[in-house]
Ligand binder design. Structure first.
Ligand code: PRP
Ligand code: URA
Length: 209
């Protein structure tokens, strides 16, 4: 699929193994998720536009490049997306941060929205939506639609592990959205958990359950 970018850099794959391991505790899990977000953010921002400016080094004037184009925003899907925010902000400290609160109803598996606060100028920003897990795709599909309804026109989605089903849902519902992912796993189980996956990302990040 042309809009899906699987980031198989060795450092990313190594840290992914750490967070998949059920013996990894919350502290190490949180650290690895943060580092993964930074490594993936580095790749996902590879095509940011540059412009040439003139500066003066201690030796002479020279032409050199700085970031140009639209300002950036990151939008974690609560709760688990929060684990990826600091890693992204390490790379792009000036980015504004919006939040969308969604949880999957355990019975219907449908996303339920409980919070949304986005930067006022969301329509002028390039946005990267963050969530470690793309399972049925229901949460990400709803979150992206929500952001579009608020006026956003430039959106990427970054997750750590996706299911093939989730990728299909987002690609079909939002063909304009590029998906950055560290691994596409085999399948969903009967409870819509990704297999082999890493379990419940929110619980593992925050030590609940
Ligand atoms: C998890 C995960 C995604 C969602 C993915 O959140 O962080 O948001 O499930 O599943 P889907 O693709 O089938 O919608 P969860 O609903 O467990 O909420 P939490 O982050 O508050 O734990
Ligand atoms: N949400 C998670 O946290 N993990 C999964 O495997 C699926 C949805």
């Amino acid at each position: 699929m042309k809009n899906v970018f699987v980031m198989d850099h060795p450092l990313i794959q190594h840290k992914l193994t750490l967070i998949r391991d059920k013996h990894t505790g919350s502290k190490e899990f949180r650290e690895a998720v943060k580092e993964l977000a930074m490594l993936m953010g580095y790749e996902a921002t590879r095509n940011l536009p540059l412009e040439e400016i003139e500066i003066e080094t201690p030796l002479c004037k020279t032409k050199t490049k700085v970031l140009a184009g639209r300002k950036l925003g990151i939008v974690p899907i609560l709760r688990a997306g929060l684990g990826m925010v600091d890693g992204m902000l390490n790379l792009i400290p000036a980015a504004k941060v919006g939040h969308i609160g969604l949880y999957r109803d355990p019975e219907t598996l449908e996303p339920v929205e409980y919070y949304c606060k986005l930067p006022a100028d969301v329509h002028e920003r390039d946005l990267i939506v963050l969530d470690p897990m793309l399972a049925t795709g229901g949460s990400a599909k709803a979150a992206i639609q929500f952001i579009k309804d608020k006026g956003a026109t430039s959106i990427k989605f970054m997750c750590l592990i996706a299911s093939p089903e989730g990728i299909k849902v987002i690609s079909e519902a939002h063909p304009d959205v590029e998906i950055y992912v560290a691994a596409i796993d085999e399948r969903l189980n009967d409870h819509a958990y990704i297999v082999p996956g890493l379990g419940d990302a929110g619980d593992r990040l925050f030590g609940t359950k």
